[in-house]
Design a protein around this ligand. Structure first.
Ligand code: PRP
Ligand code: ADE
Length: 179
């Protein structure tokens, strides 16, 4: 998939077989982030649907969603709200459990980060099962916010995450798909 800048973003993603466990093809976004033209084109492609859209905050999911979300927030002229793994945020938090392949994990947001009716754009590097983003959306909604859209560089459509988020009524914007 070539960007308007004529760059093949997909070619900049490195694939690591059998990481973190046998059978997984890990789509490594660090090679894209390290490429200056790749990083710029990724941010440009993530933000274009939201240029001029009413938006109060950009929220990013730890850890790779912080890198992309910070740049998206800067480009859109909005502040950045971190959604973190449990126990990392210093002030009062709201939490949401979500299912991993084995067991559960929790994401948290500062209780005062999003006000009632605030419009939020959610950013992460990749959507697989959608479990992480689903929990992040629940956090934003529990905070009283409205999720304008969720955007990701990579979609793994076979795992159904983007569809899962659309079924929750969220607009999903992705740049690349891998099997
Ligand atoms: C990866 C990725 C997403 C999530 C997607 O993060 O950055 O946040 O998995 O998977 P899902 O759609 O099935 O929920 P990971 O859990 O590896 O955490 P990290 O970014 O802190 O390494
Ligand atoms: N998160 C969940 N599945 C992944 C994959 N295949 N590559 C990178 N990150 C992931």
């Amino acid at each position: 998939i070539n960007t308007r800048a004529g760059l093949d973003l997909k070619a900049l993603i490195r694939t690591i077989p059998d990481y973190p466990k046998p059978g997984v093809l890990f789509r490594d976004v660090t090679t894209l982030l390290a490429n200056p033209a790749g990083l710029r084109a990724s941010i440009d492609e993530l933000i274009w649907p939201f240029l001029g859209a009413p938006l109060d905050h950009v929220a990013g999911i730890e850890a790779r969603g912080f890198i992309l979300g910070g740049a998206v927030a800067h480009e859109l002229g909005r502040g950045f709200v971190p959604i973190r793994k449990k126990g990392k945020l210093p002030y009062a938090t709201i939490g949401q459990d979500y299912e991993l392949e084995y067991g559960v994990d929790t994401v948290e947001i500062h209780a005062d980060a999003i006000g009632p009716g605030d419009k939020v754009l959610l950013v992460d590097d990749l959507v697989a099962t959608g479990g992480t983003a689903d929990a992040a959306i629940d956090l934003i909604r529990k905070s009283g916010g409205e999720v304008v859209a969720a955007c990701f560089v990579i979609d793994l459509p076979d795992l159904g995450g983007a569809e899962r988020l659309r079924r929750k009524g969220v607009t999903v914007h992705t740049l690349l798909a891998f099997e």
